[in-house]
Design a protein around this ligand. Structure first.
Ligand code: APR
Ligand code: PHB
Length: 394
């Protein structure tokens, strides 16, 4: 089999890249280890930056998002029992965020892939890129017991943090930057009305909590828990009690609780690999970087990489000159580090660390006051939350 671009991974990054390339007339095949149902069963964040919504619109996959996504003009912080709203819309001349689950973005992209007739090979095992430093790369895998080889011009590694693409780059080429946080997030999904119309990021002496939502009748909540904690330790009752203890009294009093539809613990990590390319292999999204979920940057950053790689590949094929592709990593990394900084800061400023002493805590409280009491401070948080602009290609 031969194609122009082999995409490894059918998460949101791989599927959006496939969609954009197909619309530019660039032939591509997607290889995914899991089934489509498994990919759709993963529950991830749900806040889309303005630029992400615009990108999905350009890709022709925004119809349902525009109907069902909730446009949020603000976001709230509850710092030690007091709720304060950032009016994103007012601070940023009308820019805002849209709440629409990553699972739904993935579902829409899968539907578009099916409609365009693009090939996605699910249940692909032993996926392996070859000859990435040369002119004629190819990818091998096993599908239903058969060996498959796909020759191509380029390989896009959209296979997430645990994927094979990053591993295919020779030792010594990549530099890794990492921070592992000493806590995780316990998430709970329930068919209950959200605590508030907008998200509430809460910092409390008992630990961080987040009130988010998927719709007017479905809520998503998170609690900071110790790194070694297990879901089995958290009955629904214990979860709701702890959430109430971390929220301002009036918010806790109005909270509607109900049975959990899903509960899981995710570790928190910041990770970046540089450069994000080697020869004809390009790393995209979680394959190249992870941010903690505080600030909901993961999906937005991933789709920013997709936007850059699509534009560069489109130019390379149109002009017949692939040299622009050398700039992929550099083009992505500035915006990635800005988001890594923001999500590291949000995480640090909102969570309780095991070793935080009384002095550090006072400084943290003072930092929140310094930021929230000044328009410049509120604007800085708002700009980063709503998302920084995509880089210019030239
Ligand atoms: N072969 C084929 N597919 C693979 C392999 C492999 N060796 N390893 C992983 N995959 C697939 C996974 O099964 C998954 O479907 O690659 C896909 C990667 O998808 P994601 O992990 O969702 O990564 P990405 O598409 O970059 O999405 C960006 O944003 O909010 C964040 O972490 C969140 O998933 C989210 C990400
Ligand atoms: C979510 O709704 O799952 C969510 C929202 C905001 C975050 C993280 C997760 O920062």
């Amino acid at each position: 089999m031969r194609t122009q671009v082999v995409i490894i991974g059918a998460g949101p990054s791989g599927l959006l890249l496939g969609q954009l390339l197909s619309r530019s007339g660039i032939d591509n095949v997607i290889l995914e280890r899991q089934s489509a149902e498994h990919v759709l069963s993963r529950i991830r964040a749900g806040v889309l930056e303005q630029g992400t919504v615009d990108l999905l619109r350009q890709a022709g996959v925004s119809e349902r998002l525009e109907h069902e996504g909730q446009v949020h003009h603000g976001v709230e912080f509850a710092i030690d029992g007091k709720r304060e709203r950032l009016d994103l819309h007012e601070l940023l001349d009308g820019r805002c965020v849209t709440v629409y689950g990553q699972t739904e973005v993935t579902r829409d992209l899968m539907a578009a892939r099916k409609a365009s007739g693009g090939i996605t090979l699910y249940h692909a095992s032993a996926v392996q890129p070859h000859e990435i430093a040369g002119e004629s790369p190819y990818v091998t895998c096993q599908i239903a017991g058969e060996s498959v080889r796909i020759d191509c011009d380029y390989i896009a590694g959209c296979d997430g943090f645990h994927g094979v693409s990053r591993q295919a780059i020779p030792a010594g080429v990549l530099t890794e930057y990492e921070r592992v946080y000493p806590f995780g997030w316990l998430g709970l999904l329930s068919d209950t009305p959200p605590a508030s119309e907008e998200l509430i990021y809460a910092s409390h002496a008992r630990g961080f909590a987040l009130c988010s939502m998927r719709s007017a009748t479905r809520s998503r909540y998170y609690l900071q828990v110790d790194a070694g904690d297990a879901v089995e330790n958290w009955s629904d009752e214990r979860f709701w009690e702890e959430l109430k203890a971390r929220l301002p009294e009036e918010t806790a009093a109005q909270l509607v609780t109900g049975p959990s539809l899903e509960k899981s613990i995710a570790p928190l990590r910041s990770y970046v690999v540089e450069p994000m390319q080697y020869g004809r292999l390009f790393l995209v999204g979680d394959a190249a970087h992870i941010v903690p979920p505080t600030g909901a940057k993961g999906l937005n950053l991933a789709l920013g990489d997709v936007r850059n790689l699509h534009l560069l590949l489109e130019r390379a094929y149109r002009t017949g000159n692939p040299s622009c592709l050398e700039r992929y990593s550099e083009l992505c990394l500035k915006r990635i580090w800005a988001a890594v900084r923001f999500s590291w800061w949000m995480t640090t400023a909102l969570h309780r660390f095991p070793d935080t002493d009384a002095f550090t805590q006072r400084v943290q409280d003072a930092e929140w006051r310094a930021l929230l009491d000044s328009r410049a401070g509120r604007t800085t948080i708002a700009e980063n939350y709503v998302g920084l602009p995509f880089p210019a290609l030239d």
